[in-house]
Design a protein around this ligand. Structure first.
Ligand code: HPA
Length: 270
């Protein structure tokens, strides 16, 4: 694995001479951010050695180098989900590569189902913590000390500093944001009513099928992480709003301008 990480990083470094210290995984809700990236240079995932290829509708795969405002950034358009059949190591491989390239801060977005009865469809939720219910952990197996510690502390995986900044940005722009615990689950089924209630009872505010693996690996590697969810459907003990892939995309599109604004300013100020 170490060899592959180094080979892939070397390939990317040979294509993009200056690698920024900030990266974004453009999950659901942030697709539009691409339009704000200037001086773009793109590398399709298919050309990158050892990179998996994304298979799900609405996620095209490429790495984008450019500037967001004044900030040089590296953006991943398209991510890899466990439900697609990849191993946890494959899902998180790009994050290992980003770290090898010298990236220090990682921004992530996703779509999630809300279980907190106060949430509404279209809400933004800053992730303050997570619960990993995937059947695996990307750090299972041999640990390479040069990638990070065997038993990583997870008490501040979601940077309190970046959360505070994002809250200030949201307040300044009159954007309502929620904060909460994201439950990561394997999918691809959405939750049954009993599963939504279960995830609420164990302490979750929202549930989704991504992010947890990437954040574990980013934090393991010492990166500072900020993650935000757009609530696209509701389950649990409050209102129930069913979801389909199309409805998830629709709610995410509606929330996109708010999410984009917060991310843009957060990255600019970081
Ligand atoms: N569950 C899991 N993943 C999701 C959901 C959900 O309700 N909504 C969007 N992604």
């Amino acid at each position: 694995m170490l060899e592959k990480i180094k080979e892939t990083a070397a390939y990317i470094a040979s294509k993009f001479e200056h690698i920024p210290d900030t990266a974004i995984i453009l999950g659901t809700g942030l697709g539009e951010l691409v339009g704000h990236i200037e001086d773009k240079r793109e590398l399709p995932y298919g050309e990158i050695p050892h990179f998996p290829l994304s298979t799900v509708e609405g996620h095209s795969g490429k790495l984008i180098l450019g500037r967001l405002g004044e900030k040089p950034i590296l953006a991943m358009q398209g991510r890899f989900h466990y439900y697609e059949g990849y191993t946890m190591q494959q899902v998180t491989f790009p994050v290992r590569v980003l770290r090898q390239l010298g990236v220090k801060t990682l921004f992530v977005s996703n779509a999630a189902g809300g279980m907190n009865p106060q949430f509404k469809v279209g809400d933004l939720m800053i992730i303050t913590d997570h619960i990993n219910t995937f059947p695996d952990n990307p750090l299972r197996g041999k640990n390479y000390e040069e990638l990070g510690p065997r038993f990583p502390d997870m008490s501040d995986a979601y940077s309190p500093r970046l959360i505070d900044k994002a809250l200030a940005i949201a307040a300044r722009n009159n954007i309502e944001v929620r904060q909460g615990v994201y439950v990561g689950t394997q999918g691809p089924t959405f939750e049954t009513p009993a599963e939504y209630r279960y995830f609420r009872i164990i302490g979750g505010d929202a549930v989704g099928m991504s992010t947890v693996p990437e954040v574990i690996v980013a934090h393991h590697g010492g990166m500072e992480v900020f993650a935000i969810s757009v609530i696209t459907d509701l389950g649990g003990f409050g209102d129930i709003v069913k979801c389909s892939h199309e409805e998830v995309q629709k709610a995410a599109a509606e929330a996109q301008p708010r999410m984009t604004l917060i991310m843009q300013q957060l990255i600019a100020e970081n």
